[in-house]
Design a protein around this ligand. Structure first.
Ligand code: BGC
Length: 283
């Protein structure tokens, strides 16, 4: 599972998505990270949090069944400063939601951006791809990227472009107009902070709906563009391109090198928190 599957169902850290050139400066000190994605650093490096074996214990959260995961990443792990102690709690609620609560603390100034990289296909085995799902993302802007998928720094309006999901659109309707497929960070209209709607996905054939709420300012919409049918899943099922989509709540990619983006800096004495809720219903 660790060696073959590209982040299926994993917690991603210490920094979800890309950091340009695998370098950032914090308090005047330059830190060098692995370049594990072309010229850039991706998803925490060579042995990111997706490959860590977390300590797990069953628990409850507001009376609901939960699983608490804990991981201590040592100072210098994958090049990042500070010992980072992370707790992630998965909660199953009575209203069919999966809540993911993240907390992290450090003993030296550092950067943190944790997310969940689950792939979803609401049609289950009824459809090979997610191209017929209707997607709505509560964001009027996104962060355009260069050819190595690093944000240019601009926050661009989605209006009148194939990036516009402010009203529901079939994922496949305009995907051919987006080079490589969707793999972009949306700037959520909520601005982050309080738990707020981020996305709503509807698979009309099955009637299944997923609603995503998050405290994060950004949401990576990724349509499994790099899946190529070589990986087999449940029941030997093959996963071709666009077999699943990810909605990864996050601070924006490459924020450490973009002072105008929401800050990913965490200092000793502060607590990083993020909550994302995936709620399932039918219509
Ligand atoms: C990124 C993609 C990357 C994928 C790896 C996504 O979060 O946005 O660019 O290829 O993760 O599974």
């Amino acid at each position: 599972y660790v060696s073959e599957y590209p982040y299926f169902g994993t917690i991603v850290g210490r920094y979800a998505n890309r950091i340009k050139g695998g370098r950032f400066v914090l308090d005047g000190v330059e830190y060098v990270l692995a370049r594990n994605n072309g010229p850039n650093h991706l998803h925490g490096g060579i042995k990111g949090f997706d490959k860590a074996v977390w300590a797990a214990e069953p628990t409850t959260h507001d009376g609901a069944p939960a699983l608490r995961l804990r991981h201590v990443s040592p100072d210098g792990d994958e090049g990042y400063p500070g010992t980072l102690t992370t707790t992630v709690t998965y909660v199953l609620t009575d209203d069919n939601a999966l809540e993911v609560h993240y907390e992290a603390e450090t003993d030296r100034p550092t950067i943190v951006n944790l997310t969940q990289h689950a792939y979803f296909n609401l049609a289950g085995s009824r459809s090979e791809t997610i191209l017929d799902h209707e997607m709505q993302i509560f964001a009027s802007r996104y962060t355009p990227v260069d050819e190595t998928l690093i944000p240019t720094g601009e926050l661009r309006a989605v209006k009148d472009t194939p990036m516009d999901f402010t009203t529901p659109h079939r994922i496949g309707a305009r995907i051919d107009q987006v080079e490589g497929g969707y793999d972009h960070n949306y700037v959520l209209d909520s601005g982050g902070g309080a738990l707020a709607p981020a996305a709503r996905v509807h698979d009309a054939a099955s009637g299944r709906i997923m609603e995503v709420h998050t405290t994060e300012p950004g949401l990576q919409f990724y349509t499994g563009n790099f899946l190529d049918g070589t990986i087999k899943g449940k029941g030997g099922r093959v996963y071709p391109k666009h077999a699943g989509f990810c909605l990864e709540a996050q601070v924006f990619p490459d924020s450490p090198n973009n002072p105008s983006f929401p800050s990913p800096v965490l200092r000793p004495g502060e607590k990083y928190t993020q909550t994302t809720v995936y709620r399932f219903l039918t219509e």
